[in-house]
Design a protein around this ligand. Structure first.
Ligand code: MEV
Length: 453
């Protein structure tokens, strides 16, 4: 490994200089690396400039496939859902579930609440705890007044500060209190709005305390630790449900309707009681959720962190979905927190994100929450259906076949022949190599030697 010196002022270098420094120091094949980096630059310089300015030190772009899962009937409206994801079977699975439920009255979704939350975390070692609460109540109006410049716009859209509370956390950490603020952020995810409000509250708190007539001496001292929104939003909740009579579950896998419904419910119960299964089960749900969140320009890291915390809210990590048979009705549902935006961030900047919003009919934030939740439930339905019937690998490997063929550098003609062969054979890497070598007329040993395997 080459000895590399740290670089100073990297962000100030031109893009070209950054690329040169990078590939000369870190790439074994600088020419090839340069081709790759440049090959992924956008041809339209204005689009490339947008990308360059989204983050620091952009040297190229990173593409993901942008797929469409059509036929999602949600509350009586038909959607074609955009998904940005690399995993081969996800869009196919979502589409399959969408078609299945299209015939069975579709997805029903409800927004349960839309509150966001943030905190000013501070330390106060004063003696009279009750006086602190009294002081806090007395200055409530100041928090609103002093943050007017930030909240005016949001208020005109129907949002703003919804509640302010003082929380005593001294049992967890000496002197630890929180100003807990709740917000309504309308169609924006609201991170910048919330953080700006919180920083204003922190300032007000400090200023008012320093001059408060209620507090004296050292009791006027507080230390602001930090002011930041919480990505845990258990009160920004959406519910999604599908249901049909058990006799209509007829999913064509060869097992009876009742048996299918019962097996399905048991699989969900296992994910409710067994964290090892729950994580994989919820990962499948996130396949659907993340891909729509990403395609619509939302913060998938925040969504992930929040949903997993929610899945563990009762002390153990559990399935996000639930299934039951109620009076011969199969009911499959999920309730999840989703803090999303349809304005702000990159929603009006990134051309593909703008397109994703367009094909969804420019939903508001609540509309998008419902679409994303439906994609998550659909994904889980398809995964569990495969798991309890044919197994997951049949469909998964069929979708993965093209990746294997691309890895083998098969021609289009070879691909057609091999895909045809696997219509009635089980896909595996070794079987694909075998068939590929037969079609190409070379031995597997020769192929391995050429590939350096
Ligand atoms: C694969 O990405 C997701 C699944 O493992 C989900 C599941 O097991 O439910 C198929």
């Amino acid at each position: 490994m080459k000895k590399i010196q740290p670089v100073k002022g990297f962000s100030k270098l031109s893009k070209q200089a950054k690329i040169e420094w990078l590939i000369n120091n870190y790439s074994l094949q600088p020419d090839k690396a340069l081709d790759t980096i440049q090959g992924y630059l956008h041809q339209d310089v204005s689009v490339q400039k947008l990308h360059d300015e989204f983050i620091e030190n952009t040297i190229s772009n990173f593409y993901l496939p942008f797929g469409i899962a059509p036929n999602f009937l949600i509350n009586g409206q038909l959607y074609a859902i955009p998904m940005a994801i690399e995993e081969s079977s996800v869009v196919a699975a979502a589409s399959k579930a969408a078609n299945f439920w299209l015939e069975r009255r579709g997805f029903k979704t409800t927004i349960l609440s839309t509150r966001k939350v943030g905190h000013v975390h501070f330390i106060w070692h004063g003696q009279n705890h009750e006086t602190l609460f009294h002081f806090f109540e007395n200055i409530q109006s100041k928090f609103y007044e002093n943050s007017q410049a930030i909240t005016r716009n949001m208020e005109s859209r129907g949002g703003g500060i919804a509640d302010l509370k003082l929380r005593d956390k001294t049992h967890l950490e000496p002197g630890y209190y929180q100003l807990e603020a709740q917000f309504e952020t309308c169609d924006s995810m609201g991170a910048n709005f919330i953080n700006s409000c919180l920083e204003s509250f922190a300032h007000t708190l400090q200023e008012e305390m320093a001059t408060s007539a209620l507090l004296e001496g050292d009791d006027r001292q507080l230390q602001i630790v930090m002011s930041i929104l919480s990505n845990y939003t258990p009160e920004c909740l959406v519910r999604v449900e599908v249901s049909c009579p058990v006799e209509e579950i007829n999913e064509g896998s060869g097992i009876g309707n009742q048996e299918f419904a019962e097996k399905f419910c048991r699989a969900i119960r296992i994910a409710e009681i067994e964290p090892y299964r729950a994580v994989t089960h919820n990962k499948g749900i996130m396949n659907g959720i993340d891909s729509v969140v990403l395609a619509t320009g939302n913060d998938f890291r925040a969504v992930e962190a929040c949903i997993h915390a929610y899945a563990a809210r009762n002390g153990s990590y559990r399935s996000l979905t639930h299934a039951e048979i109620v009076d011969d009705l199969f009911v499959f549902s999920m309730e999840i927190p989703l803090s999303l935006g349809t304005v702000g961030g990159i929603t009006s900047l990134h051309p593909m994100v703008k397109f994703a919003h367009e094909i969804l009919g420019h939903p508001n934030a609540q509309g998008l929450m419902q679409i994303v939740a439906a994609a998550g439930l659909a994904q889980n339905f398809s995964a569990v259906r495969s798991l309890i019937t044919s197994g997951i690998q049949k469909g998964h490997m069929k979708m993965h076949l093209l990746n294997i063929l691309n890895q083998l550098e098969a021609t289009d003609e070879e691909k057609l022949k091999i895909v045809d062969y696997f219509k009635d054979h089980v896909v595996s890497f070794s079987e694909t190599v075998k068939v590929f070598c037969e079609i190409r007329g070379i031995s597997q040993e020769v192929f391995a030697a050429r590939k350096g395997h």
